[in-house]
Design a protein around this ligand. Structure first.
Ligand SMILES: C[S@@+](CC[C@H](N)C(=O)[O-])C[C@H]1O[C@@H](n2cnc3c(N)ncnc32)[C@H](O)[C@@H]1O
Length: 573
């Protein structure tokens, strides 16, 4: 596991009291933005701002052998702080995409094409937007009209593979400052050359196309275009945009190293500027590395590591990857067929080759037994089980379960709740650990499905289905406990789940109060607790309100918060 504290010092993070940069007198008023500079007075701070604003940051860029460049906190950063915002160097469609409008990224049916370059677009307005008109459109007019050949609008289209790279290449002329930033990024060309098929495909679909068809030989060589494809591969962020996801390359965002339990989360604006907001999800100490997760945290270790290796070209050795129980979540656990309480986990989770899977009750493996609680931390089991399975056998079980879950999500038979509950009944604790990554995804979907069924806060007591409310509450709590370990702090999944928990939790309390099972004191305390859930949820999703398509949820949370506050007020009167 890599030490999260930084050892190098670039001179930015010092505890020594520095003199005021204006008058050199004793300075005791620290800049509240970066904590790296002090002033003798607010007048001198104001006077110095013109200079300091360019260096007032909560992080420093460091470099080491493992990560390359990475970001380190130069001051203690409280939870929920926007650490930085970042403008994209370039944005564009993902490499593999259906035909989309090159300005608004709407999926297309082929009814409109750009009058200049023949690429399918959605409208004349989008055709004329500088995003398209000043970029690829100019270059596409130089060569054969590839766009006119795009005719299948329901399949991935290789003609789009060059677009984002082309937009990056054009920065050399049009925005040398951004181009210079791009050139400092990691491209992993040597590693990418060894990925079967990748280099060749890029060569044919992008490099040759740009150099030969679009006559860019005078401007760029093969190596530069491959490097640009590498910068995009290694550094891009997904941006949720209307119908689909596009990609964006960010300089500061791209400097964050990966951790499978990161300390930040980010949101990217869906408006044209696609600005990124990076926020601390947990408190970050001065000297700690600022991390993000490049992989989906709900995936198990073997899957995450394979994804990181395949797409970002490194072997993650973070604390979570190293711990086969994944911080006692058992997110990869497959039920042992030999003993009653054990789960099979990868024996060597960091092995890059296929590893044996052994039981949590194996005599030599001292991990908490997971049988008697979802996140049980109980002492080592008295049972001793020698069951082992080959990874291939485990994958066969997982593939079957995955297929079953996929089929169920496509099916229209029965209600979503009944379909998803059927899956949990079949797999949870029987074939997979209740927290298995496949089942956490089912639980996430189920939480949405139950939320649809919950009656409004102000409905009559007759409509309350207590079993359903208790079940819904238990599932939210289970997901939150797993999130505590793998995605802690102020993160979007927590914000959504706390909101989904608030309704059943409140309605259970109200039911008990109406049935006189609890008194007014306890009812009031329950509402206050629910208000704290919603307060946290609001705090988290406030960022989304400005920037992501989840904005509508923020409105619902605010309404729910106000409704509960009114109920509390009426109880107090
Ligand atoms: C988005 S870039 C991060 C910035 C990059 N380090 C640089 O110097 O430009 C992703 C690359 O950083 C490195 N990296 C990030 N997180 C890492 C980690 N946890 N372990 C090893 N390498 C990591 C890998 O080389 C990865 O391909």
């Amino acid at each position: 596991m890599v030490n999260k504290s930084c050892t190098e010092d670039n001179g930015q993070s010092t505890n020594k009291a520095l003199p005021c940069p204006i008058c050199k007198k004793v300075a005791d008023k620290k800049c509240s933005g970066c904590h790296n500079i002090s002033y003798c007075s607010s007048e001198h701070q104001k006077k110095h701002w013109k200079i300091h604003k360019n260096e007032c940051r909560m992080f420093a860029v460091k470099r080491n052998e493992i990560y390359g460049r990475y970001l380190v906190a130069t001051r203690d950063i409280p939870q929920g702080t926007v650490i930085f915002t970042d403008e994209p160097i370039a944005t564009g469609p993902k490499r593999c995409t259906y035909p989309v409008c090159l300005t608004c990224y709407k999926q297309l049916d082929g009814s409109y094409r750009c009058s200049k370059c023949t690429f399918p677009m959605c409208s004349e307005e989008c055709e004329q937007d500088p995003i398209h008109a000043d970029n690829e459109c100019v270059i596409f007019q130089r060569g054969l009209p590839v766009g006119s050949k795009i005719s299948n609008f329901n399949a991935m289209c290789p003609a789009y593979e060059c677009i984002t790279a082309l937009r990056c290449l054009l920065l050399k002329e049009r925005n040398p400052c951004k181009w210079e930033k791009l050139l400092t990024m990691e491209h992993h060309n040597e590693l990418r050359k060894s990925v079967p098929g990748l280099w060749n495909r890029n060569h044919v679909n992008v490099v040759k196309l740009l150099l030969e068809w679009y006559k860019m030989k005078d401007d760029f060589d093969e190596e530069t275009i491959h490097s640009v494809l590498g910068y995009i591969d290694v550094n891009c962020f997904e941006i949720k945009c209307k119908d689909l996801e596009i990609c964006g390359v960010y300089r500061d965002g791209g400097l964050m190293s990966h951790d499978c339990v990161p300390n930040t989360h980010h949101a990217i604006s869906i408006s044209e500027d696609h600005k990124m907001f990076v926020r601390s999800s947990v408190p970050i100490k001065k000297g700690e590395i600022i991390t993000t997760s490049y992989a989906n945290q709900l995936r198990g270790t073997r899957e995450r590591r394979a994804f990181l290796k395949e797409t970002k070209y490194f072997d993650c050795v973070c604390g979570r990857c190293e711990d086969r129980t994944e911080f006692a979540t058992y997110l990869s656990g497959v039920k042992c067929t030999e003993c009653a309480t054990g789960y099979l986990l990868p024996k060597e989770p960091l092995s890059v080759n296929s590893t044996e899977w052994t039981c949590t009750n194996a005599p030599e493996v001292h991990v908490p037994n997971s049988g008697d609680g979802i996140l049980s931390n109980s002492k080592h089991s008295a049972i001793s089980c020698n069951k082992t399975m080959k990874e291939e056998q485990i994958y066969t079980i997982l593939k079957k379960a995955h297929r079953d879950i996929e089929e169920s999500s496509r099916s229209t038979a029965g209600s979503p709740v009944s379909r998803l509950e059927r899956l949990l009944k079949k797999y949870s604790g029987k074939i997979l650990h209740p927290n298995h990554s496949l089942l956490l995804t089912v639980i996430k979907d189920l939480n949405y499905a139950y939320a649809e069924l919950h009656v409004g806060v102000d409905s009559s007591k007759d409509e309350v289905d207590l079993d359903r409310l208790n079940r819904s509450k238990a599932l939210c709590m289970q997901l939150l406990s797993a999130l505590d370990m793998i995605d802690p702090g102020l993160t979007r999944p927590r914000g959504v789940t706390l909101y989904q928990l608030s309704t059943p939790d409140f309605q259970i309390a109200r039911y008990k109060f109406q049935k006189k099972e609890i008194g007014v004191q306890e009812y009031r305390a329950s509402i206050e607790k629910v208000l704290t859930y919603l307060q946290t949820s609001k705090e988290i999703l406030e960022l989304d309100k400005i920037v992501t398509p989840n904005a509508h949820m923020y409105g619902k949370i605010v309404n729910q918060f106000d409704a509960f506050q009114n109920i509390l007020k009426s109880l107090n009167n």
